[in-house]
Each structure stands twice: as structure tokens, then as C-alpha cells.
Design a protein around this ligand. Structure first.
Ligand code: ADP
Ligand code: ASP
Ligand code: MG
Length: 411
């Protein structure tokens, strides 16, 4: 029998009425003959509140207890949806990550799924039972402790379960009706895409489009899970298909640029007047690597005195203080005059597999941004994307400018 995974995010299960609406979507698929596994997030706002409580309870919190607390939001919604389904006459039961089990590594707070045993879920299908699974959580079999998969992790739960039970499809229901050319809440002229390639979606998600967790796209790509992003706010009787994440070859009309993403989760660090001699870059970046801090964009320019250089780079905003401390410790060895830093920056990126075969795509952006008076602090490029670092105040202007430049505005 055909099998389906349906995932509903926080806004879609924000209260009992919305949970009933979710149940109607599930009923439609059950009635049309699917075996259904549903994955739910916590009610919107709940996970933030739980995280806040943990932080309030202990500054140096134990990550195992952090997971015990923050995983609880999904336990609530899984039980509530199973109840709402039963109320409609549909047999259903809730499943927590440890009951299935969804096995992960021991990286509490951002664990990776290692193995899912689908046997019990499939047994339930045999008894005509809908499986309602708490997203975001798993079990570290080495310790028997509950783990969570990182923020937005229910997407990954859903896709990984779809792979484990060989579902025909994984539908990610959210509060927008698909993947757009950029965040539709920021740019009104954003256009919904019927299809987007896995590689593009991976870059979009990595570069700030939080519509899917990065890891979920990786899992979908590796296991070939047919994944759609669609709206839970559609009329359950008349749903729209949403956006299919698929192989590049399955997209007929490929644009050069498919989407624009942006991330405020960046911090810029500039080391002033660094000695211009071999080994300096190693002296700077080695301590950061040892502290497990990811460095992204790097720019080196000659200082005003022409004898030394200034080195600018970015790190994730959350790692900013740690990075600064690591650099201060290495100060004697590196020999810089001062550290300048800013968290008031944003990374704006354009993504498209068409960039592989087109030259001058980024150059056009630099020109367009200059014309709007947007100063670029750093640049990176790779095969299918480029990114610019700019002042956060210009985020919307820059995103809109690039969106129009690459012909993405809706008609
Ligand atoms: P859920 O709670 O359902 O997981 P999220 O808030 O995690 O939902 O993700 C959906 C949100 O992602 C949308 O409300 C939208 O603002 C945002 N978003 C960012 N970039 C995009 C994009 N390119 N296309 C669609 N949505 C996007
Ligand atoms: N509730 C979790 C979070 O907010 C997981 C999710 O919604 O996907 O991050
Ligand atoms: Mg999400």
C-alpha cells in the first residue's frame, strides 16, 4: 500500500483548533488509501519558552537535561493530534523518539540521526493505525538519554522517517504554501517555485532560508526522498501541491539564479595591522579551528601603512565571543594591533545551479548594489552561489535589489 509522511510545523499545531485542522488533512490522505505517519513540532513558541527556562535554571546547563526539557513540546502535540484523530474515528497513536526508536549520536542539542527502526510503525499500519510521531527528538542508545536534533529538527525527523519506512512521499506542511524565491515575509514580490533542486535547497537552507532544516535536505538528497513543502492553511478538501524538492534534471526551465537567501546569524571580525609574512594566516585560523569555530568569508587587504595587512573574516554570531577570546589569547603570536568587530551585519546570497554555466552573475550584483549605495564588506563565491556581507540596515534593500536584478519578481 502507498505510504506517506506528513509533517506539521509549530504554527500549524499552535492550538487545538489548528490541530483539528491538521487532523482533517490527515483524514483526507487516510481516506484516499495511504498508510500515514505524521510528524509534529511543538506548538509555536513552546520550544523557545522551554529553552528560556533551561537557561534561567542554570547558566552552565547540562545538555542532557536541556534535551530532556526541550523535547517535551513535541510530546504534547503528538498526544493531542492522536486524540483529535481518534475523535474523528481514525485509529491513531502517539510515538516518542525513544519508543520507535530513532537512534542518534550523543551530540545533545544538535544530535544526528544514525538509525531508525521502522518495524513498529509498519506493524501499526497493519492494524490501520496512523502513527503520530514527536519530531525533533531521538535517543542516544549508548546512554539511553533523550536527544534533540537542533532547532527546526522536526523536518529532519520527517524526512528520515520517510526514508526508513520507504514512504512514497514526504509532505512538509508549514505556514507558507511552498519554497519561494526569497522569504515571502520580507519580499512581497517573492514567487513560489513549483520545483527546486536538492543542491539549491541545501544552499538556500544553509544560507538562512529556515523553511527547511539543512540536515533534512541532505537526508532527502542522499535517500532520494520525494519531498514537498506545502501549506497547512489550505482547505483540507482542496489542497495545493506546494514545491517539490527534486533532482536538477527534473527541472525543465532552469533560471540562472533560483533564489536569494539572507542570514543575520553572522559576526564580522577584523584584525588590524597584522604582520605581512608567511605563517600569519595559520596563526590566526588555527586557534579558531581548534576551538571548533567555523570561519566563513575571509578578506585580506593592505593596511594604511602599506607594511601590514588587515584581515577580515566572519564567524557565526553565536560563536563571536569565543572567537574573540581565542584570538586575544593568540595575540602575541599573530601580532595584530587591534580587533574590530561587528554583529550588525548580514550575509546576502544568491543561489542557482545555472551559475555553473554562466559568467558575470556575481559581478552584476556588485554593480547593482553599488548603484543603491550598499557597501560590500566581504564576498565569497562557490560553484552555485555567491554571498556578500553588508550592514544589517541594508538587508531588505539588498535582497530586493538582487531579487529584481535576476528576474525573480512575481509578475
Ligand atoms: P515550521 O514551524 O512550519 O517549521 P518555519 O518557521 O520553520 O515553519 O519555516 C517557515 C518559514 O520560513 C516561513 O514562514 C518563511 O517566513 C520562512 N522562509 C524563509 N525563506 C523562505 C523561502 N525562500 N521560502 C519560503 N519560506 C521561507
Ligand atoms: N520545535 C523545534 C524547534 O522549534 C523543532 C521544530 O519545530 O522543527 O526548533
Ligand atoms: Mg521549521
Amino acid at each position: 500500500m502507498a505510504r506517506l509522511v506528513m509533517k506539521f510545523g509549530g504554527t500549524s499545531v499552535a492550538n487545538i483548533e489548528r490541530i483539528r485542522n491538521v487532523a482533517r488533512h490527515v483524514k483526507r490522505e487516510v481516506d484516499s488509501g495511504f498508510e500515514v505517519a505524521v510528524v509534529v513540532s511543538a506548538m509555536s513558541g513552546t520550544t523557545n519558552e522551554l529553552v528560556g527556562w533551561v537557561k534561567e535554571a542554570g547558566a552552565v546547563h547540562d545538555w542532557r537535561e536541556y534535551d530532556a526539557v526541550v523535547a517535551s513540546g513535541e510530546q504534547v502535540t503528538s498526544g493531542l493530534l492522536a486524540t483529535a484523530l481518534q475523535e474523528m474515528g481514525i485509529p491513531a497513536r502517539s510515538w516518542q523518539g525513544w519508543q520507535i526508536p530513532i537512534e542518534t549520536d550523543g551530540a545533545h542539542g544538535s544530535a544526528r540521526i544514525e538509525k531508525i527502526d521502522g518495524a513498529r510503525l509498519i506493524e501499526g499500519f497493519g492494524a490501520n493505525e496512523v502513527a503520530v510521531i514527536a519530531g525533533f527528538q531521538g535517543l542516544d542508545p549508548a546512554t539511553g538519554r533523550i536527544t534533540t536534533l537542533g532547532r527546526g529538527g522536526s523536518d529532519t525527523s520527517a524526512v528520515a522517517i520517510a526514508a526508513a519506512i520507504q514512504a512514497d512521499r514526504c509532505d512538509i506542511y508549514t505556514d507558507v504554501d511552498g519554497v519561494y524565491t526569497t522569504d515571502p515575509r520580507v519580499v512581497a514580490r517573492a514567487r513560489r517555485l513549483d520545483r527546486i533542486a536538492f543542491e539549491e535547497m541545501l544552499e538556500m537552507a544553509s544560507l538562512g532560508a529556515k523553511v527547511l532544516q539543512v540536515r533534512s535536505v541532505e537526508v532527502a538528497m542522499v535517500h532520494g526522498v520525494k519531498t514537498f513543502v506545502r501549506s497547512s492553511f489550505d482547505d483540507p478538501a482542496n489542497p495545493q501541491p506546494g514545491t517539490l524538492i527534486c533532482d536538477e534534471e527534473d527541472i525543465l526551465e532552469q533560471q540562472v539564479v533560483t533564489g536569494i537567501a539572507f542570514s543575520k546569524d553572522e559576526a564580522q571580525i577584523t584584525l588590524r595591522k597584522v604582520a605581512d609574512k608567511p605563517g600569519v594566516a595559520a596563526a590566526i585560523f588555527q586557534p579558531l579551528a581548534e576551538a571548533n569555530i567555523n570561519v566563513d568569508m575571509i578578506v585580506q587587504v593592505v593596511s594604511d601603512d602599506a607594511a601590514t595587512t588587515d584581515i577580515t573574516f566572519t564567524v557565526p554570531a553565536a560563536e563571536f565571543e569565543r572567537a574573540r577570546a581565542a584570538l586575544e589569547k593568540a595575540r602575541a603570536e599573530v601580532g595584530f594591533s587591534s580587533i574590530q568587530a561587528s554583529t550588525d551585519v548580514v550575509k546576502v546570497s544568491a543561489i542557482g545551479v545555472g551559475m555553473r554555466s554562466h559568467a558575470g552573475v556575481a559581478a552584476a550584483a556588485f554593480r547593482a548594489l553599488a548603484q543603491k549605495g550598499v557597501n560590500i564588506r566581504a564576498i565569497t563565491t562557490s560553484e552555485i552561489k555567491f554571498s556578500v556581507l553588508i550592514d544589517a540596515a541594508y538587508t531588505e534593500l539588498a535582497v530586493r535589489t538582487l531579487h529584481t536584478l535576476y528576474g525573480l519578481d512575481k509578475a
